[in-house]
Design a protein around this ligand. Sequence first.
Ligand code: SF4
Length: 227
Amino acid sequence: MTILNAGMRRPTTPAASAPASQDWKTRSVCRGELADDFYSTIKSRKERARALCVGCPVIVECLNNQRQSDDAIYRWGVGGGLDPEQRRALEVEELLGNVPNLAMARVLVSPRWLWRLRQLKAGCRSLEGMTAALRKDGLFVDEVTVRVAVWWSGGEGSRMSRLAPGDKRTWRAQLRDDYADVVVALHELGARRADIAAYLGIPGTNGAKGVSDVLKAAAASGLELAA
Ligand code: SF4
């Protein structure tokens, strides 16, 4: 797997330059009174919160606000339709210059396109395949925009491809065999282990551990890695 747009990467997250108007908050379906679901660590409750976000008229404004927030805040809770690990993954995408078109992602989860998105999620093994199919449909989208739409529609949106039928490897073996170059490149760009794992779609402690193992193996094979 190659990392697209690495030459365009930004040095930091989108800067909170000029303070944006917060008027959109008055139109949010959660009205700022964040229910327990939004800060729950239980998967089913987080999914319930994300489902509420998808019907929210200000999901784009909310996600933009989350992306411009201070790290300590954006690491917690569901916001803008994404959970914290998905927002970590989005940060890495943006580090690589992959900036989603949120208005287009919204189109993809509208009633007109959602059925097609679901069809492609079931039939394609990768975001790349979904994006190519949508382009054939006449929709000019990029992978990170499709990824956000998949997240908003309740999917995993992993950067690691689904294994081909008959391929019985574990995710650890797939990570080691197919994505070691991506792990090393992101590490060299300064991404943290947990963020690399979130980017690839294997969040949680196991994901970070898997990334560590790949980096250790790369170092053992003589590769000079950044500290
Ligand atoms: S997108 Fe979700 S968190 Fe953001 S305002 Fe709407 S309901 Fe609340």
